[in-house]
Design a protein around this ligand. Structure first.
Ligand code: UD1
Length: 417
């Protein structure tokens, strides 16, 4: 199992290119199940979750071709199965995104029920309620969700809680449903808009994607399309935090600053100097970091996927900052490891108070989930001495060659295989 070794204390300098968004590519790949024609995606990051989704689509009978340079073609001419099996879903919850397209196109889907995960219970009840409202019969048997519908009907869907993959699942299914579907309290994340753009290119009729009310007029069939995936906003934010923590000055290229408003504003509040271009950011670390409170919220609020990285940053600010996690109930798994490196963090339920600056000292640490791993990499860059991160496969699920990219910026980091 790979580990990552970092020796902290080297300022970053140079340019880093941001990869395509994992969380946009996953639903985009599933959208290809809605058409019998090939769908070609560009700027897909070559990370482990994408390969896993490739295996889900292959298991359903689609031909999936990974080409060089982040291009993926999915041809779901004829599906041979409607089952997303347990061994794939258990490694990646986002496999439930196959449910909507399968139900809409095949009238049937059998998807392993995702269990709890490191960051909380994460049920899919809202997805299932929505499909029932669209006329599907849903049962849960032997750990699998069994869904059936002759043809889905358009419906008024009111989500109690903003759910990103729930919105995506319903959005995809509604494209082939009979009549109009309106999603109320829809997620507004840029990944939803990206998916809607692809679906529109495939012939879907969608209005309001990226706002809380999305209207979809079902059509009889969708055709093939080509689409370029948006840049990864969480990878972008992670590199801004890396520079702020390690010191130095970097340019982050091929990103979308407009997708990171809340993150850029928060970093600026802490003293990080950020100059914005249309698709790039120039980042300069401040001499001293100021503390700034943060609360995670659905988009356009501060993303929960940046919370762990932000905590690493606040461990180096002069004073106390409160970090409130409102999206997931168990997303402070990184706190224990940060404390082992010397960070002063007090955790009380969904609130953590970080008081800095403390001198971090390198230590052997364990990654627990994707973003917690990124937090430990950042802490390692700021720490004195050597940090060795175990269970790097979490990091590899969502970051494309983060060790190589950081080394390119001058960090002392290597992968131990
Ligand atoms: C997606 C992202 C993930 C991000 C999260 C929040 C992908 C592949 N993953 O996850 O990186 O951290 O959004 O921005 O895009 N909920 C229910 N019932 C449901 C669905 C959700 O109670 O049926 C709850 C969840 O437990 C959670 C909240 O709603 O407390 C938001 O979850 P959701 O937006 O669905 O997260 P994901 O789509 O799983």
């Amino acid at each position: 199992m790979d580990k990552i070794r970092i020796v902290g204390g080297r300022p970053l300098e140079g340019t880093v290119r941001i990869s395509g968004a994992k969380n946009a590519s996953l639903p985009d790949l599933c959208a290809a199940l809605l058409s019998a024609d090939p769908v070609r995606l560009r700027n897909v990051p070559e990370v482990r979750d994408i390969r896993t989704m490739g295996r889900v689509l292959t298991a359903l009978g689609a031909e999936v071709e990974f080409r060089v340079g982040g291009e993926v073609q999915v041809h779901a001419g004829r599906l041979t199965s409607v089952e997303a099996p347990y061994d794939l879903v258990k490694t990646m919850r986002a496999s439930v995104l196959a449910l909507g397209p399968l139900l809409a196109r095949e009238g049937r889907a059998r998807v392993s029920m995702p269990g709890g995960c490191a960051i909380g219970a994460r049920p899919i009840d809202l997805h299932l309620q929505a499909f029932e409202k669209m006329g599907a019969t849903i049962g849960v048997e032997h750990g699998y969700v069994e869904a059936r519908a002759e043809r889905l009907r358009g419906a008024q869907i009111h989500f109690d809680t903003v759910t990103v993959t729930g919105t995506e699942n319903v959005l995809m299914a509604a494209c082939l449903a009979e009549g109009e579907t309106v999603i109320h309290n829809a997620a507004c994340e840029p990944e939803i808009s990206d998916l809607a753009e692809l679906l529109q290119a495939m012939g879907a009729r969608i209005r309001g994607a990226g706002t809380p009310t999305v209207q979809i007029e079902g059509v009889a069939a969708l055709h093939g399309a080509e689409h370029t995936v948006i840049p990864d906003r969480i990878e972008t934010g992670t590199f801004v935090a890396a520079c702020a923590l390690a010191g130095g000055e970097i340019e982050v290229r091929q990103c979308r600053p407009d997708h990171l408003r809340a993150v850029i504003d928060k970093f600026r509040e802490t003293g990080v100097r950020i100059e914005e271009g249309p698709d790039n950011l120039r980042v300069r670390a401040p001499r001293t970091l100021r503390p700034a409170h943060v609360t995670t919220l659905p988009y356009p609020g501060f993303p929960t996927d940046m919370q762990a990285q932000y905590m690493a940053l606040m461990s180096q600010a002069s004073g106390s900052a409160t970090i409130t996690e409102t999206i997931f109930e168990n997303r402070f798994m990184h706190v224990g490891e940060l404390q082992r490196m010397g960070a002063n963090v007090r955790e009380n339920g969904r609130v953590a108070v970080v008081t800095g600056p403390t001198t971090l000292s390198g230590a052997p640490v364990m990654a627990t989930d994707l973003r917690a791993s990124a937090c430990l990499v950042l802490a390692g860059l700021a720490a004195q001495g050597e940090t060795v991160i175990d269970r790097v496969y979490h990091l590899d699920r969502g970051y494309y060659r983060i060790d190589e990219k950081l080394r390119g910026l001058g960090a002392d980091i290597e992968r131990l295989s």
